[in-house]
Design a protein around this ligand. Structure first.
Ligand code: SF4
Length: 434
């Protein structure tokens, strides 16, 4: 999580909703300390997170892109509004963090984050002094960084040392981002004089099956792995960027899409137009993208004639530049010629809960809840079958119903199913695929 306030804003607001009213009604207590964060100055009220040093997620953002760091702090209005799916992901992340706390008995939640940092600091200090052995959301600040730790637990084998646990709502460890996140926290704790014996990333277990097959979480020990993150020299560099009056002029690149689309992408990319090396069909290989960027090329017009592109990449460039039309009529006809009537045109939607709630499902397993299937017969007749599950119950029909009702062939499709297996599943009663 970055600025917790702004994350909360993402979580609770729909486009057009009034920020201040929502915050007042949704996230008490209301801010009480002066905030110097540009976004909060201009949109919300003071929250206390603005005058601090760099946060753990600003640190990760800054390593990804210096411009992202600066814009996130000072030009938040340039962000594209989060999509419904992004807002759902944020909500799920919050739910996973809450659920993860249940894994640590007797933990004390530090109150005050994010709006009253003074209180959070005082509560953290008091809990440490009292000898509390598990803390959720304790706050530490040092060396130009402020971190809020998801879970801090006394080492069972060394009561003077701590285990630091970063909770992630993913199914696996995402390098390097999770390591960077954990590394800056360990750095700050150690700089504050605390002994950190081990560092873990706690993420969801992709093999867990609801309700009780396996463990819901995996604890990955990253104590050694985080040593590769150069926190010591990165922190002053990133803080200097935040001291600048304007955003660094970083060139757009792969960092805008990895590990997910940057929320400033529209603002940063629009001046470049569509004729960039990043918009080519049959995507240009990342090694050649890297080389092109090293020689200062972003626009397709600027690619030197002698630059070694593959035939497919060159065709893609020519296509975008409008110099050449590209199509393989024979291949298309051959493909269409293989189809047999009746032909099915299937569309479907799925849900994928981070915390599975349907029996027999795993974290993020995709469960279909809607389909629409048009069936084209050889004589030209077009039939339409559809289903939309409008309740909060399990959208999958009971196995006893398979083969007996209109939605009888409606089965969940796993993302891990092989293509062949997926092809073999039926979508609707008249489906010829079997
Ligand atoms: S869109 Fe790209 S260049 Fe712009 S802030 Fe995001 S990562 Fe940086």
């Amino acid at each position: 999580m970055g600025c917790v306030t702004t994350t909360v804003m993402d979580r609770v607001l729909a486009p057009g909703e009034r920020v201040e009213e929502q915050l007042r009604s949704t996230v008490p207590p209301y801010p009480s300390v002066e905030c110097h964060m540009a976004v909060c100055r201009s949109t919300v009220a003071p929250c206390g997170m603005g005058e601090h040093s760099i946060t753990k997620s600003e640190f990760v953002d800054g390593l990804r892109c210096e411009r992202l760091l600066w814009l996130s702090r000072y030009e938040r209005d340039l962000r594209s509004p989060p999509s419904m799916d992004e807002r759902r992901r944020l909500r799920q992340g919050n739910e996973v963090e809450m659920r993860a706390r249940q894994e640590f008995a007797g933990g004390r939640l530090i109150v005050g984050v994010p709006f009253d940092l003074e209180r959070a600091r005082a509560e953290t200090h008091a809990a440490l002094a009292e000898g509390v052995s598990v803390l959720f959301q304790p706050v530490f600040e040092h060396d130009g960084a402020l971190v809020v730790v998801d879970v801090l637990r006394r080492d069972p084998e060394d009561s003077k040392a701590w285990q630091l646990i970063e909770v992630k709502a993913s199914n696996s460890l995402k390098k390097p981002y999770h390591l960077q996140d954990a590394a800056v926290q360990a750095h700050v704790l150690r700089a504050c004089g605390h002994r950190v014996s081990s560092v873990f990333v706690q993420h969801l277990n992709r093999d867990y099956v609801h309700p009780d097959r396996g463990d819901l979480f995996v604890l990955e020990d990253v104590t050694t792995a985080i040593e590769d993150v150069d926190v010591r020299s990165s922190l002053p560099r990133l803080n200097r960027i935040l001291d600048e009056d304007k955003a660094p002029g970083v060139v757009i690149g792969p960092q805008c899409k990895n590990p997910y689309d940057c929320s400033f992408k529209e603002a940063c990319w629009s001046p470049y137009g569509k004729r960039t090396i990043f918009f080519v069909p049959k995507t240009i290989h990342h090694t050649r993208i890297k080389r092109l960027r090293e020689i200062g090329v972003v626009q397709l017009d600027d690619i030197p004639d002698e630059f070694p592109l593959s035939a497919d990449e060159r065709a893609g460039v020519e296509l975008i530049m409008g110099r050449e039309r590209h199509g393989d009529r024979d291949a298309v006809q051959a493909l269409l010629g293989k189809l047999e009537y009746p032909i099915h045109f299937l569309d479907f939607e799925t849900i994928d809960d981070a915390l599975p709630r349907l029996e027999g499902t795993r974290p993020y397993q995709k469960v279909p809840f809607q389909f629409s299937c048009h069936v084209l017969h050889e004589d030209g007749r077009l039939e339409h079958f559809e289903y939309l599950h409008e309740e909060t119950t399990d959208p999958r029909p009971p196995s006893s119903a398979y083969g007996t009702s209109r939605t009888s062939s409606w089965r969940p499709m796993s993302t891990t199913a092989s293509r062949a297996r997926r092809r073999s599943r039926r979508c609707c009663p008249s489906c010829a695929l079997s």
